[in-house]
Design a protein. Structure first.
Length: 453
C-alpha cells in the first residue's frame, strides 16, 4: 500500500486528522480539491466573523457619541473589507499547508474518488491506502423554486463585488441570522424570511424571542411563517414572490436554507460505503463507516456541523488508529454560538427539553454600555438546574460577549457544576458575566405553567 492513511478533504476535520496521524509516524496522504482549511477558514466561521466585526464597528461608532466622541458613522467601503479578509485568509491557507508539510503528510491538490475500498483516483493518479478517512464536508443548497438560479448562497456572499442596497435572506437558521446582522449592520435594507414563527429553530424559546427583538432593533425586517415561491429578474432588480402573496423587490436574494454532505462523484458505492438519504455517511461511535477500515468525520456525517467537532473527530481518529490512544468524541453538551448582533451562545438543554420540576432562572437587562449609548439592546441570560441533583442542565445567553462567556461556563457544566456551585462563585464586577453567579430568584419551575394553565 502507498499510505497507512489517506485523507480526502483538507478542511477542519481532514487537516487535523492528517497532521496528527503523520505526527504519530504514519505514512499519510491528503487530497484537497479547492482550498486548504475548507469551509471554516475560507467561506465559513472565519470570514463570517470578520464581516460581523465590520458591521459592529459601524454600530460602535454610533454608540461612541454617547460617550463624548464627536464622530459620525461614515461610509463603509465593501471592497476594502473583502480585500482585507482575503489577505488574512490567504495567510491562514498557508499556515494550514505548512502544518501539514511540517508533520510530513504528502499533499495532493486534487479531487479524490474511490475506485475500490483500498484504491483512490487522486487527480488521475492511482493511490492505495490501508485506511481512508472521508472528510469532504458539505455545501449549501437552494430550494427548488422558479428563479432559484438568480439567488446566491453563503459561499457567494463572501465574494460579492459590492454591498447590495437591499437584501432578502431566506432561512432563519444560524447562517441566515448572522448574515442579516452583517448586511443590516453595514447599511443594507435587510429582510429575513423564515417559515417558523421565530428564527433559530431548536434554540431556547426565550433566546429566539430575544433575537427576534434584537434583529428588529437593528432594522432587519422579519417575515415570519413565510416561504419563498419564486424569483424573477426585473432588470437589475429581483422580484421575490412570497407565500403571503406579497412580492418583495430586492437587489439580492440569499438562500440560507440548509447544507448537504459532499458525496457526489466520490464513488462511495465503489467502496461499499452506506449513506443516508441526504448523502450523510453513516458512522459508528468510532467514526467508522459501514466499511470498517474507512472512516468519515466532520460535516460529511451531518450530525453536529461545527468546526470544533470536526477537528475533535479528526484528532480522535488519528490518535485511535496511530497514537495508541483509542478514544471517542462525545457530542453531549457541545457549546455553540450564533454570531448574530448581539451574539448568542448556549450549552446543554433548552427549557422545552428540561425535565419536569427543573428550576429556571432568567434575567434580562440593558447592558451597562447601552445605558449611556442609548442603543435599545437587551442582554438575556438563562440557567436551568435539575430539581433533584441541582446540576446545571442548560446555560443560554443572548448578549454582547456571549460566546466568550459561555465557553468558560461550558467547562463548569462539563465538570458537573451545580446551581450551588454557581451561587458560591464570586463575580467579576462590573461585568455582564457576573449575573450568571448572582441569579438568586427562581423565575419558574418547568411544568408549573402547564399545571396552572
Ligand atoms: C457560513 C458558515 C458559517 C459557519 N460558522 C461557523 C461557526 O461560527 N462556528 C463553527 O463551529 N462552525 C461554523 N460553520 C461550520 C463549519 O464551517 C464546518 O462545521 C466545518 O468547516 C466542517 O469541517 P469539515 O472538515 O468537515 O468540512 P469542510 O471544512 O467543508 O472541508 C471539506 C473539504 O473537503 C474538500 N473536498 C470535498 N470533496 C473532495 C474530494 N472529492 N477530493 C478532495 N477534496 C475534497 C472541500 O474542498 C473542502 O475543503 C460555518 C459554516 C458556514 C457555511
Amino acid at each position: 500500500m502507498d499510505f497507512d492513511l489517506f485523507v480526502i478533504g483538507g478542511g477542519s476535520a481532514g487537516v487535523r486528522c492528517a497532521r496528527i496521524a503523520a505526527g504519530h509516524g504514519a505514512r499519510v496522504g491528503i487530497a484537497e480539491q479547492r482550498f486548504w482549511g475548507g469551509t471554516c477558514v475560507n467561506i465559513g466561521c472565519v470570514p463570517k466573523k470578520f464581516m460581523v466585526f465590520a458591521a459592529e464597528y459601524g454600530m460602535s461608532a454610533e454608540d461612541a457619541r454617547g460617550f463624548g466622541w464627536d464622530i459620525a458613522r461614515g461610509a463603509h467601503h465593501w471592497p476594502q473589507l473583502i480585500a482585507a479578509k482575503d489577505k488574512e485568509i490567504a495567510r491562514l491557507n498557508e499556515i494550514y499547508l505548512r502544518l501539514l508539510n511540517q508533520a510530513g503528510a504528502q499533499i495532493f491538490e486534487a479531487k479524490a474518488r474511490f475506485i475500490d475500498a483500498h484504491t483512490l483516483d487522486v487527480g488521475g493518479e492511482r493511490i492505495t491506502a490501508e485506511r481512508i478517512v472521508v472528510a469532504t464536508g458539505g455545501h449549501p443548497v437552494r430550494p427548488d423554486i422558479p428563479g432559484a438560479e438568480l439567488s446566491i448562497v453563503s459561499d457567494d456572499a463572501f465574494y460579492l463585488p459590492a454591498l447590495p442596497k437591499r437584501v432578502a435572506i431566506i432561512g432563519g437558521g444560524y447562517i441566515g441570522v448572522e448574515f442579516a446582522g452583517i448586511f443590516a449592520g453595514l447599511g443594507a435594507e435587510t429582510h429575513l424570511i423564515y417559515r417558523q414563527p421565530l428564527p433559530l429553530r431548536g434554540f431556547d424559546e426565550d433566546i429566539r424571542l430575544g433575537l427576534a427583538d434584537a434583529l428588529q432593533a437593528n432594522g432587519v425586517v422579519l417575515h415570519r411563517d413565510t416561504t419563498p415561491e419564486s424569483i424573477a429578474a426585473e432588470g437589475e432588480e429581483k422580484a421575490l414572490a412570497l407565500s403571503d402573496l406579497s412580492v418583495l423587490g430586492t437587489d439580492l436574494v440569499f438562500f440560507a436554507t440548509g447544507r448537504v454532505p459532499n458525496v457526489t462523484g466520490l464513488g462511495l458505492e465503489a467502496a461499499g460505503i452506506k449513506v443516508a438519504e441526504n448523502g450523510a455517511i453513516a458512522v459508528n461511535e468510532d467514526l467508522a463507516t459501514s466499511v470498517p477500515h474507512i472512516y468519515a468525520i466532520g460535516d460529511v456525517t451531518d450530525r453536529l456541523n461545527l468546526t470544533p467537532v470536526a477537528t475533535a473527530e479528526g484528532h480522535a481518529v488519528a490518535d485511535s488508529l496511530f497514537g495508541n490512544r483509542p478514544r471517542k468524541v462525545s457530542l453531549a453538551n457541545v457549546p455553540t454560538a450564533v454570531f448574530s448582533i448581539p451574539p448568542i451562545a448556549t450549552v446543554g438543554i433548552t427549557e422545552a427539553e428540561a425535565p419536569q420540576g427543573a428550576r429556571v432562572f432568567v434575567t434580562r437587562f440593558t447592558p451597562m454600555r447601552h445605558n449611556i449609548s442609548g442603543r435599545p439592546r437587551k442582554t438575556l441570560m438563562k440557567l436551568i438546574a435539575d430539581a433533584t441533583t441541582d446540576k446545571i442542565l442548560g446555560i443560554h445567553m443572548l448578549g454582547e460577549d456571549a460566546p466568550e462567556i459561555i465557553q468558560g461556563l461550558a467547562v463548569a457544566m462539563t465538570a458537573g457544576a451545580t446551581k450551588a456551585d454557581f451561587d458560591r462563585t464570586i463575580g467579576i464586577h462590573p461585568t455582564a458575566a457576573e449575573e450568571f453567579v448572582t441569579l438568586r430568584t427562581q423565575t419558574r419551575i418547568v411544568g408549573d405553567e402547564i399545571a396552572g394553565a
